[in-house]
Design a protein around this ligand. Structure first.
Ligand SMILES: [Fe+2]
Length: 1048
């Protein structure tokens, strides 16, 4: 026996967090890590002469030749100095995993070590004779395994540049797999850590994991070049294999059209293919190749199976747990709200329903509860009934969210002023004094629920009283795997196990929706014109407003000066449009959603739920105080049309609708309801456009092909891969989830938004008309919409999304520039980079092929900003910054405010069920002659989402607005970077993100910033700071935090 002195890396808290996130991440690329950090020496006694691991007991005869080949390498002259070699040196080898779920803890592994600088590689080393793995518990509670042993490497092998790993099948031939975090090789003088962070499976053959250093293809050490190429070939597959059905541990990436949105073979749940035609162009998705039905639609996954995903692209356990937990929580809240409404409507107490629902529902988990609930009640009764969906966690209770200023005191329709007590609506029998649901459970039932919910850890994800998540830690809980757990329990993890078995606490959190921030502390904000205008620049869909530089009649609108000039502070429509056209600061703005009318006749014929798709546009005026200060945006006219509008008004062009003028309709309470309803219906268009276009199309959907192309064409050793990989983390998984339950036929989007079965076809049409990569760069986007002064690039007005977004953009751009120039010393280097150029070419021609192929764009320049290969470092910076911006800032701005703006249907109803009344028709008369507060509200509720839809949408957007505990936000480092200069560039970026947090706080505290601080005219509402582009966030629904990637 002899001793060898080795070293291990002691990870500090941040490093631990990084390591654990990486381990937990399903985005398990080959991470890289230097051997730096805090090191301490220790002595490790181990055998100088390796034991019996020279044997290859687990390599079958058929595999033997392959293993030999791996050991020899593919180039001639490779030498092997393996076990027992006279020139061998003993190293300590440690293989670590932090995610043992589903794995078998490091058994049946073989490795080959490859040198960086010579063509030396070790013999095949099998690890089975090592001692059984140790269970490792980190300080944050994550549990994993560690296997250690001695290996002999050729004496000349000084700098391991890669390790080949193979997982052997079970003795009976069954598939076997392990998650490997890192492989550490230690000799007397050096420590080499090769981070794998990947699932290895017996179905994958030899896998290669490289050391962390980044190399352009031309700079790759020759000894690693073949492995670099072979790894990409494995991921590309062949023209034949990439079209085979993807299964299990496959790793081949390819593209496919959206031919899998149907949920049935015939009838109402069949949807046309998106992509591959001029009529329905679309980006491509990850190919799964399950085989097609005779009409070309891809078969759905087999019963009980999910969409295929490469194992490393899947959600981590924690991410899955958070996602499923939140989904469960939300669906129960939705179901309970709906059942409570039903009981209310039928005059029954829900007491008899509740225990069964909760206890049974918890056991059933998501997917069983909501489908079992029929729409119980057609309409909310009034505004107060909607507000009763929400409950404050603490504080003054329900009254705090009731408006006090909803109706003018001089109402002509009998509305009482200010008082909340004037409502003739009797509170539901089962509502408590403060209006929240009051379930008086029998003591026995209550105890049963307590008992069954004692340890649930899925909520609450948001605490409206403090604005912070109740679960304030993003560290990992120690529930992933428990010693002695049964197989089933280990697979589920303790947390989900407890949920599935009904052993969970905080049942109250399942019964209510927390108060959304648009309402919280500002009960009189949501119904004002000022708030309506404020949300244009600081709401959940802040990227559609344009400066108005043409008269409305020029694009077919019916809006004229007479409709709006009473609100223009002495100016005329022509004057303001003319001034803006000549380059002066615009004061009129517009949002145009006329494209949503593309399928409205067909949609009207098919609608089974009374969904009505409107087309609409709104014009906004930027008010000023006469002294050069802006006071805020207000809507001055809303133009709406629906399929019947043109039948009833044959002279009206298809491009025009009925104009609703703020100045005219706000004069008295009778017509104020019409103006409010027009705003609500317009906002529902905003909600649809937001979900389908600003959110799904412009982030989730368009980014997927860039990632597919990156995996196929850019090696994990490439500096661009290391830079961009964090920006695609979890995107494939969340998009697969969306295809299986959100955007599919009969999914939540179709059920909850007015376009119904045409929703995704609208998304395709808008992609075909407008999407250009060139104008997805934020500065170009703002320029194209006329929202910035071209001389300065700064927004013309207080536009929080743009101001904060431009800071994120410019920090990303500077960082990318600095980083990329570490590797590319000239533009020629970029042009000569075969991997990079293959990525770009394939993303365009295979990932986004339709727009040019079908002549929907005039030129490559129009679509992509330039023709052909990426010509320069600066152009590469713009390309990569655009992708990173869409994945981070843009997505965060449209994603993490969803719950706080759109769960409250009076602010943004996803659904409209009746056509907007027009002057002269019966519906208009009914609304304008009804009593305010009671009858008017009841009528308005018949136009908006029904309670079940409202609850379903609230549950969904709550789920989508939550950060998981293992979220990776822009203020955190990119752990894939190990080159010191690269790390320094990354640290500069993180410092910029931290500065931005302070800047945003200061902007939010400046009362001159009307869009952040409060309302310009009425100060009855509390301020609502703009936090959606604040980089950091804790877990939960925090309405802040910019993750690197689209992951929810
Ligand atoms: Fe999202």
């Amino acid at each position: 026996m002899a001793s060898v002195t080795g070293r291990i890396t002691c990870l500090g808290d941040n490093a631990l967090k990084r390591a654990n996130r990486a381990a937990s991440s399903a985005h398990k690329f080959q991470l890289t890590q230097s051997t730096g950090g805090t090191l301490r020496k220790y002595r490790v006694p181990f055998q100088q002469t390796p034991p019996t691991w020279q044997g290859r007991a687990f390599i079958t005869p058929g595999e033997s030749a392959q293993a030999e080949e791996a050991a020899k390498g593919s180039r001639s002259g490779a030498t092997s100095a393996g076990n027992g070699s006279a020139t061998g040196v003993t190293w300590k080898c440690s293989i670590r995993s932090t995610a043992p779920l589903l794995g078998d803890t490091g058994a049946r592994l073989s490795i080959v070590v490859i040198d960086t600088h010579s063509e030396l590689r070790s013999a095949v080393i099998t690890l089975d004779s090592w001692k059984p793995p140790k269970e490792v518990t980190r300080s944050d509670g994550t549990v994993g395994w560690l296997r250690e042993g001695a290996i002999t490497l050729p004496a000349e092998l000084k700098d391991p540049g890669a390790v080949l790993v193979r997982k052997q099948a079970e003795k009976n031939g069954a598939q076997s797999q392990d998650y490997i975090d890192s492989i550490q090789l230690v000799n007397a003088s050096s420590v080499h850590t090769i981070n794998a962070n990947s699932w290895v499976s017996s179905e994958q053959g030899w896998r290669v994991f490289f050391s962390g250093r980044a190399y352009l293809p031309k700079d790759t050490p020759p000894t690693l070049l073949d492995e670099r190429r072979k790894e990409l070939k494995d991921l590309q597959g062949t023209p034949e294999t990439r079209l085979e059905e993807r299964k299990g541990a496959d790793r081949i990436y390819w593209y496919q059209e959206y031919n899998d949105l149907s949920s049935g073979k015939t009838g109402k749940l069949v949807r046309p293919k998106l992509g591959g035609s001029k009529q329905l162009p679309y980006p491509r998705r990850l190919a799964t190749n399950r085989g097609n039905e005779p009409d070309g639609r891809e078969k759905p996954p087999a019963k009980g199976q999910k969409f295929w995903l490469q194992m490393d692209d899947r959600f981590s356990f924690d991410k899955s747990s958070d996602f499923n937990g939140a989904a469960l929580e939300g669906s129960l809240a939705a179901a309970i709200s709906a059942i409570a409404e039903a009981a209310n409507a039928k005059g029954r107490s829900p007491i008899t329903l509740l225990p069964t629902l909760v206890i049974g529902g918890v056991r059933q988990v998501l997917g069983t509860v909501l489908p079992g609930v029929e729409s119980p009640l057609e309409n909310f009764e009034n505004f107060k009934d909607v507000l009763a969906m929400f409950k404050k966690a603490s504080g003054p209770g329900f009254k705090a969210i009731l408006p006090t200023n909803l109706y003018p005191a001089d109402s002509t329709n009998g509305a009482s002023s200010a008082s909340n007590n004037g409502s003739s609506h009797a509170s539901s029998a089962f509502k408590s004094v403060d209006g929240a649901w009051d379930f008086q459970l029998p003591e026995e039932e209550a105890a049963k629920i307590d008992e069954h919910t004692a340890e649930m850890n899925v909520g609450p994800v948001y605490d409206s009283a403090t604005g912070t998540p109740a679960n304030t830690s993003r560290s990992f809980a120690a529930y992933d795997s428990q010693p002695g757990a049964t197989r089933a329990k280990e697979r589920l993890g303790k947390r989900l196990w407890n949920v599935a078995t009904g052993n969970s606490p905080r049942i109250n959190n399942l019964l209510y929706f927390t108060v959304p921030r648009v309402l919280d502390g500002r009960p009189d904000a949501w119904h004002t014109d000022e708030e309506f205008g404020r949300q244009v620049v600081a709401g959940f869909n802040p990227c559609t407003v344009t400066a108005l530089k043409d008269l409305p009649e020029s694009f077919g609108s019916a809006i004229r000066g007479e409709h709006i000039e009473a609100d223009l502070q002495g100016s005329t429509l022509e004057q303001l449009v003319d001034a803006a056209k000549k380059g002066a600061k615009p004061r009129l703005f517009m949002i145009d959603y006329w494209d949503l009318s593309a399928f409205w006749e067909a949609a009207a014929n098919e609608s089974s739920k009374g969904m009505v798709q409107h087309a609409g546009r709104a014009i906004f005026y930027l008010r000023h105080d006469g002294k050069g200060h802006d006071k805020g945006l207000i809507p001055v006219a809303i133009e709406l049309a629906h399929p019947k509008t043109h039948k009833e008004n044959p002279d009206l062009p298809r491009t025009a609708g009925i104009v609703y003028s703020r100045a005219e309709l706000s004069k008295d309470t009778a017509t104020l309801a019409v103006w409010r309803l027009a705003k609500m219906i317009f906002k529902s268009l905003d909600s649809s456009f937001h979900q389908l276009i600003s959110h799904w199309n412009r982030t989730h959907c368009v980014l997927e092909p860039f990632f597919i192309s990156m995996r196929r064409n850019i090696s994990v050793m490439h500096p661009v891969h290391k830079l961009m990989a964090p920006h695609f983390r979890y995107t494939l998984n969340i998009n697969a989830n969306a295809r299986s339950s959100l955007i599919n036929a009969g999914g939540i989007i179709e059920r909850s938004f007015s376009a119904g079965p045409y929703a995704m076809r609208l998304a395709s049409v808008v992609y075909g008309k407008y999407w250009n990569f060139a104008t997805e760069a934020l500065p170009e986007d703002l320029k194209a919409r006329g929202m910035v002064d071209p001389a300065t690039g700064k927004p013309w007005l207080d536009y929080p999304y743009a101001t904060d977004g431009l800071d994120v953009w410019s920090a990303l751009s500077s960082y990318f520039d600095k980083y990329l120039r570490l590797y590319y010393t000239s533009d020629k280097d970029v042009l000569d980079d075969t991997e990079l150029q293959a990525w770009w070419a394939e993303a365009k021609t295979e990932g986004h092929p339709d727009l040019l192929r079908f002549g929907l764009r005039q030129s490559e320049e129009q679509l992509w900003g330039f023709k052909g290969p990426i010509p320069s470092v600066s152009r590469l910076v713009t390309v990569l910054t655009t992708i990173a911006w869409l994945a981070s800032g843009h997505h965060a701005a449209v994603n993490f405010g969803q719950y706080d703006f759109s769960s409250f249907i009076l602010n943004a109803s996803s659904l409209v069920r009746k056509p907007m009344p027009a002057p002269g028709d019966a519906a208009y008369k009914e609304l304008t002659t009804a009593r305010a507060r009671t009858s008017q509200e009841a009528i308005m509720m018949t136009y908006l989402a029904d309670p079940l839809t409202a609850a379903t949408v609230s549950a969904t957007v709550k789920l989508l607005s939550a950060h998981a505990r293992d979220e990776h936000t822009l203020d955190e480092d990119n752990e894939l970077l190990v080159d010191p200069a690269a790390r320094e560039a990354n640290e500069g970026f993180i410092a910029a993100m931290k500065r931005l947090e302070t800047d945003i706080e200061m902007r939010n505290a400046d009362a001159a910033n009307w869009a952040r601080f409060g309302l310009a005219d009425r100060d009855t509402a509390g301020p609502m700071p703009y936090t959606l582009l604040t980089p950091s966030s804790q877990a939960g629904v925090t309405m802040r935090g910019v993750p690197y990637s689209v992951s929810i």
